[in-house]
Design a protein around this ligand. Structure first.
Ligand code: HEC
Ligand code: HEC
Ligand code: HEC
Ligand code: HEC
Length: 370
């Protein structure tokens, strides 16, 4: 009798453990050579839900490039001045759909005077235009031809779903009891692991080294440590979670540091880390005083970008839907007036050639250490 009890308890315990796993069937995709175990496990049911959340909207019909320039007709146009008036209005309509469909033009405009810059949202939106152009023109090493639009981050909401702020240190976090580095309290930012909960400040704002694999035996001048590795793992958890992938999407876990053993997405990710850092430093942080207090974090810092801001659970944002190509005004910085006026495209033949020549995920990062 007693034995049956033990067996029942044992079975219940096993069922309990299995309940933590995902219900089969699941799909497995091979990422590396056969036998390397570089496999990704997908649950088709979670995938279906993900796919529904990552639909790109239907592009607006193209507008006529003819007629006077927006910069000639309107009073206060600084970024989009070389578009035709029709193209300019199409961009305004698209931006409204992408960022503020509920509030409409009034989210950014004093509708009694569209030239007025009194709403912070318009000032921010103007910087966001330049930021989007910068991503699409300077960071092809990451976004390739796919590129981004305002929708990639905003998805129809004024505040993107995935942004980060610096957490306030709890009282006593850094006192005689030692620096807990925000650890040992499960945090959503690191997939509920008990890792440092803010891997963003050192790596996506600062430029701390992410590499932790020891390259020398003795600790003299060696910063590699378990503590340091925890920060790296925290960032890696964020990256995996944001993209909806396992570590094996990028690494052969036999040797996490080796580039030779890694798959091409790791190179794309390497550029992504540098891109996110630049977006935060060049665009978000300088906007801090433009935002009202209710949009800032608990410590008064501005909302910032991480991998999840664009990816939102997909290995490519919107599963690689190429939205940006329908908005050539978002593809290049400081559009030359001549090409803009010529109609068809705001891209020169050279721009197009450069775009076509891009490999899907870039080469080995030129500046990657090791
Ligand atoms: C997400 C913010 C945002 C939304 C929503 C928005 N706009 Fe704009 N609008 C801007 C920005 C930024 C500029 C300045 C662009 C520049 O400097 O190149 C601008 C400029 C304009 C101008 C030029 C005014 C002038 O004389 O300088 C007009 C007209 C305009 N918008 C119309 C609209 C209309 C109509 C809508 C709604 C369909 C709309 N906008 C929605 C951000 C927005
Ligand atoms: C890389 C991601 C990203 C892209 C691309 C992006 N934004 Fe943003 N945007 C942000 C973040 C982060 C914030 C800060 C969130 C907040 O307002 O607290 C923000 C804030 C804004 C705000 C202020 C909203 C509010 O109500 O406070 C406006 C307006 C805006 N963006 C317009 C745009 C427009 C227009 C584009 C495209 C030209 C664009 N954004 C592209 C990330 C992005
Ligand atoms: C989307 C691609 C990607 C995913 C997924 C990913 N990593 Fe990384 N990982 C990188 C890149 C890129 C670097 C190098 C960063 C740098 O040097 O700036 C790196 C570096 C590392 C390092 C440091 C290697 C060294 O040279 O010291 C470790 C350890 C690591 N990752 C572990 C993991 C673990 C564990 C996971 C899963 C939880 C993971 N990674 C998921 C891209 C990825
Ligand atoms: C500004 C938006 C944006 C941000 C922020 C961003 N990505 Fe991406 N990422 C993209 C786009 C767009 C693509 C698709 C490029 C393509 O089609 O090849 C992409 C592609 C990738 C790929 C290649 C996927 C594949 O299957 O080939 C990896 C890996 C990746 N991103 C990792 C990251 C990591 C890690 C971060 C954060 C450090 C990050 N991304 C931040 C926009 C972004």
């Amino acid at each position: 009798m007693k034995r049956i009890h033990v067996m029942v308890a044992g079975l219940a315990a096993i069922c309990g453990l299995l309940a933590g796993c995902e219900r089969p069937p699941v799909d497995t995709v091979q990422r590396g050579y056969r036998g390397t175990g570089m496999e990704l496990v997908y649950n088709p049911r979670t995938q279906a839900e993900q796919a529904a959340n990552n639909q790109a909207p239907v592009p607006l019909e193209a507008a006529s490039p003819d007629g006077p320039r927006a910069g000639q007709v309107y009073q206060n146009v600084k970024v989009l001045k070389d578009l035709s008036v029709a193209e300019f209005n199409r961009t305004m309509a698209a931006m409204t759909n992408w960022v503020a469909p509920k509030n409409g033009c009034a989210h950014c405009h004093n509708v009694a005077n569209f030239a007025d810059d009194s709403l912070y949202t318009k000032v921010v939106a103007r910087r966001m235009l330049v930021m989007t152009q910068t991503i699409n023109s300077d960071w092809k090493s990451h976004v390739a031809k796919t590129g981004v639009t305002c929708f990639t981050c905003h998805r129809g909401e004024p505040v993107p779903k995935e942004v980060w702020f610096q957490p306030l240190l709890p009282k006593g976090a850094n006192d005689f009891a030692g620096n807990k580095a925000g650890q040992n309290a499960p945090a959503a930012s690191v997939g509920l692991a008990s890792l440092p909960n803010d891997p963003f400040t050192p790596f996506l704002l600062g430029a701390e080294s992410i590499r932790v694999a020891g390259t020398q035996a003795l600790p003299a001048g060696n910063r590699q440590s378990i503590k340091q590795a925890e920060w790296t793992y925290a960032l890696m958890m964020h990256m995996s979670k944001s993209l909806g992938v396992n570590c094996t999407q990028c690494h052969n876990t036999r040797s996490l540091g080796s580039w030779e053993n890694s798959s091409p997405p790791r190179v794309t990710a390497w550029h992504g880390i540098r891109m996110a850092r630049e977006l935060n430093l060049e665009f978000m942080v300088p906007l801090t005083t433009t935002f009202p207090a209710n949009r800032l974090g608990p410590g008064g810092d501005v909302a910032k970008v991480n991998c999840a801001t664009c990816h939102q659970g997909a290995h490519k944002p919107l599963y690689g839907a190429e939205m940006a190509k329908y908005h050539p005004e978002l593809l290049v910085k400081a559009m030359p007036a001549a090409t803009a006026a010529s109609g068809v495209a705001t891209l020169t033949a050279d721009d197009m050639k450069a775009l076509e020549a891009l490999p899907a995920s870039g080469g080995k990062p030129a500046a990657a250490p090791g």
